[in-house]
Write a protein that binds this ligand. Sequence first.
Ligand code: CDP
Length: 227
Amino acid sequence: MKALTIAVDGYASCGKSTLSKDLASALGYRYIDSGAMYRAVTWYLLQHRLEAEEGENLQRALSDIAIDFVTQSGETVLLLNGKEPGLALRSKEVNSMVSPVSALHSVRQTMVQRQREFATQAGLTMDGRDIGTYVFPNAELKIFMQSRPEVRAARRLAELQNAGDTKWTVEEVLVNLRERDEMDSNRDFAPLRRAHDAIDLDNSDMNREEQLAWAMDLAIARGAQQP
Ligand code: CDP
């Protein structure tokens, strides 16, 4: 029995974080949302009116940004310099700028280094775009997720509305998902790719319990132990 590193990658709004969180809580592992880290950097740049470009300002910003994940009432919450940005990470402004920001080499290098530091503790699920290909190429279990675009847009819209953000139409959500997928897949450094040894999951017609049961079978087959 071992504590695994589980990498969950895939397209925007496929339910990667839902599956990763559910797996972490079923296995007693730590969960890290790498996308939230890129969103936090983007939000910080927006707040400080900094451009998404390499240079001294970006270097200074990256060294001023501290990101932590803490557990509050059973939920994993990101803290940026000790404060919880919460819903701001999902704002329209952040959604429009996050892909260009996360394509910047120095942003990726800094975030990947911090993501690897989180793995010193055994038993981790991390979701993102390059976790199985670049951050943890030796992860014992890699899952590559996709679902139909209209399903993804409807899920993201419901998530935003439940959180009180009613500014989006379903068409706008769909456009944003497509634009991010395009940019994330075509950047030169650590693009969104399926790792050659990843297992595919299309969860368009699966509910939360079904996708968790599917992934738990794989984790157990690879030696994970339920707490
Ligand atoms: O939740 P959703 O799938 O819409 O996005 P996310 O996982 O929060 O990621 C937001 C953005 O961060 C992505 O569109 C990528 O541009 C970037 N990202 C990345 O470059 N590498 C990762 N490992 C995770 C996210």
